[in-house]
Design a protein around this ligand. Structure first.
Ligand code: MEV
Length: 313
């Protein structure tokens, strides 16, 4: 039996604009993880077992549009083995599904890690390789992803990311002083694929306006990286608020996200913004030791279905 995991993620700055080549910053959320358990079985096929949703099914005849079947097929190709049989793959996740925290990418990366260990194909564990494979499956989930989610869950460290051809710019950076974020979950499912394609529709209808919004997000992400390195939480909070305004202009915020971000800032957060695709999912608030409890309470009172704390260090 082999057990492997991968973390959830938050986007600190630059979501959506990152799809259009602007810089963004993401961080792993290490305490919320997806787990894949790989076991040999007596039945000939490969069974996917998901106890949380009471599902069990065979992957052998599943189409390529099935992310789990595709993960196994991509593994077989990457590992240069003829096929895999007699396997049970059990998946479990603490990461809220459709919560904007990269649950899909984490499950895929955990499966690749588990299969790589099980078949002793350890080169697949190398972060760049793992990220590249996970990206192929992200395309099934999300259509035209930037690649930031698969990158951050595979590298498991805070990253400055720019989508670029032929190679993405992936830069880990230092954190001047630990920064604490609260993650507020709206409880409303965020369909990344739909939100990303709606932003594309709006960009196509008014490229000039949307390019300016994306430029603004990119400039904020670049400035934010400096402030994180310097440990300047006060100014970083301001940048989060500015990024939130631009996301509202993109129409990806929502009533629920607005009330959580407002509740957080009113309760003393240094800054707050939605994180990920938006229109549901999650938001993040930058807090100090003094404001953390009040912001946590305020988020719950404003309707957050769960609040998690994570420290960038
Ligand atoms: C989703 O976590 C982030 C988005 O920018 C989509 C992407 O980058 O692929 C909304």
């Amino acid at each position: 039996m082999t057990i492997a995991t991968a973390p959830g993620k938050i986007i600190l700055f630059g979501e959506h604009a990152v799809v259009y080549g602007r810089p963004a910053i993401a961080a792993p959320v290490s305490q919320l993880r997806a787990t894949a358990v790989i076991e040999n079985s007596k039945t000939r096929d490969v069974q996917l077992i998901a106890p949380q949703i009471q599902r069990r099914r065979s992957l052998h005849n599943a189409p390529d549009s099935d992310p789990f079947a595709m993960t196994v097929r991509l593994f077989v190709e990457a590992a240069q083995i003829p096929f895999v049989t007699n396997l049970n793959i059990t998946i479990q996740s603490d990461i809220p599904i459709a919560g904007g925290m990269g649950s899909g990418a984490a499950i895929t990366a955990a499966m690749f890690r588990g299969l790589a260990h099980h078949y002793n194909k350890l080169d697949i564990l190398e972060p760049a390789r793992l990220s590249e494979l996970t990206y192929e499956v992200e395309k099934i989930h999300h259509g035209t992803p930037s690649g930031i989610d698969n990158t951050v869950v595979s590298y498991e460290q805070p990253l400055f990311f720019v989508k670029a051809s032929p190679q993405n710019q992936i830069e880990p950076f230092t954190v001047g002083k630990p920064l604490k974020f609260l993650i507020g979950i709206t409880g409303i499912r965020s369909q990344t694929k739909l939100v990303v394609s709606d932003v594309r529709r709006q960009w196509e209808a008014d490229k000039k306006r949307f390019d300016l919004i994306f430029d603004g997000c990119g400039q904020i992400a670049t400035a934010a990286r400096q402030l994180i390195q310097l440990g300047d939480a006060l100014q970083l909070g301001q940048l989060m608020n500015q990024n939130q305004e631009l996301l509202e202009e993109m129409t990806v915020s929502s009533k629920e996200l607005n009330s959580l971000t407002q509740a957080a800032t009113q309760a003393g957060a240094l800054g707050a913004k939605l994180s990920g695709a938006g229109r549901g999912g999650n938001m993040i608030a930058l807090v100090t030791d003094e404001s953390e409890t009040a912001v946590h309470q305020a988020l719950l009172q404003a309707g957050a279905t769960a609040v998690y704390a994570t420290t960038l260090s």
